[in-house]
Design a protein around this ligand. Structure first.
Ligand SMILES: *[C@@H]1O[C@H](CO)[C@@H](O)[C@H](O)[C@H]1NC(C)=O
Ligand SMILES: *[C@@H]1O[C@H](CO)[C@@H](O)[C@H](O)[C@H]1NC(C)=O
Ligand SMILES: *[C@@H]1O[C@H](CO)[C@@H](O)[C@H](O)[C@H]1NC(C)=O
Length: 335
């Protein structure tokens, strides 16, 4: 909203200018009248231009509204200008300084942690994107051929933070090579007031590794992600007894940051009902764990504490129709 306030300020100062110009006393006949007319035209155009700017900025600030207009409205200059103004993401703040995340990417590879990615040899293609995003503690070592070897950003669930801290040097030390960590979690765990268990762990990691780039999702942004779920599904996330998945937070963030999103290894909402689907481990790095579809079905029907993975995939499919999001391995047919 900061930008919007600034834009509004500009709007009012232009109105003020316009008032000043129209109030100038004009007694010296036609010539001055003509000059005034010019000024009036100038002032009106300025008001119009600034109004348009305000509308545009307001529109660009709500990524949620963009798909509605974007289809007929995707001039590259708007997109590139949008990248410039949208660099700051106030819903994500650094630990411990609480500075907003600043990041923009052209093409993003978003690598799912699903076993679907195994054996497809997509590593080189994944690494070819400007930014490579991963989730939680998904490893690259030994899986490079399938998942690539670069990592620019990780979206991490509060429950996975202890897993990262099992290998602090690997994830937060110089070897992490500037990877940005964006952690999401509920208030009770993420509170920066000393009572947030997970926040405290992150805070200590930030002390131990001052160069580590650790961000947390603000309470407002968490609420926003819930609101999006309600809006898209008609169901209240909390009263329906479910948790949003890391994939949900990842795609919402990616729609803010990436000009184009290429998701690797994510199944669609009907995959588990289709004939001859691939039985793969839920996580590619946990071979022998429960199979992905079994896990999805279990979660989808859990009365309490489950992730609505399948419902979320339906929503992703909807988004992909209006956002530049594509799905590979398996490929989604979106018309
Ligand atoms: C991984 O990194 C090296 C360079 O450090 C590169 O040569 C290799 O091809 C990369 N990609 C994959 C998919 O292993
Ligand atoms: C580390 O980051 C730099 C700059 O982004 C990049 O050029 C390099 O390939 C990265 N190295 C690894 C091992 O990811
Ligand atoms: C979803 O996946 C199944 C299995 O791969 C496929 O048959 C179906 O066409 C896909 N649907 C969409 C909308 O991509």
């Amino acid at each position: 909203m900061r930008l919007s306030a600034r834009a509004r300020g500009m709007f009012f100062s232009t109105c003020h200018l316009y008032t000043l110009l129209s109030n100038t006393n004009d007694t010296d006949g036609v010539y001055l009248a003509l000059a005034m007319k010019k000024k009036w035209v100038l002032a009106s155009s300025l008001v119009l231009a600034v109004s348009l700017f305000v509308v545009l900025v307001n529109y660009l600030e709500k990524p949620y509204l963009q798909p509605i207009l974007q289809k007929g409205f995707r001039y590259t200059w708007i997109t590139s200008w949008q990248r410039k103004v949208a660099r700051q993401h106030p819903g994500y703040v650094s630990v411990p300084k609480r500075e907003p995340l600043k990041l923009s990417c052209d093409v993003c590879s978003v690598v799912s942690s699903s076993g679907q990615i195994l054996g497809r040899g997509a590593g080189t293609e994944i690494d070819g994107a400007a930014c490579v995003w991963r989730m939680n503690n998904a490893p690259t070592l030994r899986y490079e051929k399938d998942v690539g070897n670069r990592t620019n950003l990780r979206v991490v669930s509060h429950t996975s933070v202890p897993l990262l801290l099992h290998k602090p040097q690997h994830f937060f030390g110089p070897a992490s090579n500037g990877t940005v960590y964006v952690v999401w979690g509920p208030r009770r765990n993420m509170s920066p007031d000393g009572n947030g268990l997970i926040y405290n762990m992150l805070r200590r990691a930030a002390d131990d590794f001052p160069k580590a780039r650790i961000y947390v999702t603000t309470d407002e942004r968490m609420d926003y992600c819930d609101k999006v779920f309600k809006k898209e599904t008609g169901r209240d996330r909390i009263t329906s007894g479910s948790y949003l998945s890391t994939g949900w937070f990842t795609l919402i963030l990616a729609m803010d940051i990436c000009k184009e999103i290429r998701v690797y290894g994510m199944i669609n909402d009907t995959y588990c009902k289709s004939d001859g689907y691939r039985k793969v481990p839920y996580h590619y790095y946990e071979v022998g764990s429960r199979d992905e579809c079994a896990e999805y079905v279990l979660h989808e029907s859990a009365p309490y504490g489950g992730h609505r993975f399948i419902t979320e995939k339906t929503v992703f499919g909807k988004w992909a129709k209006v956002h530049p999001i594509k799905f590979f391995h398996p490929e989604w047919q979106l018309s």
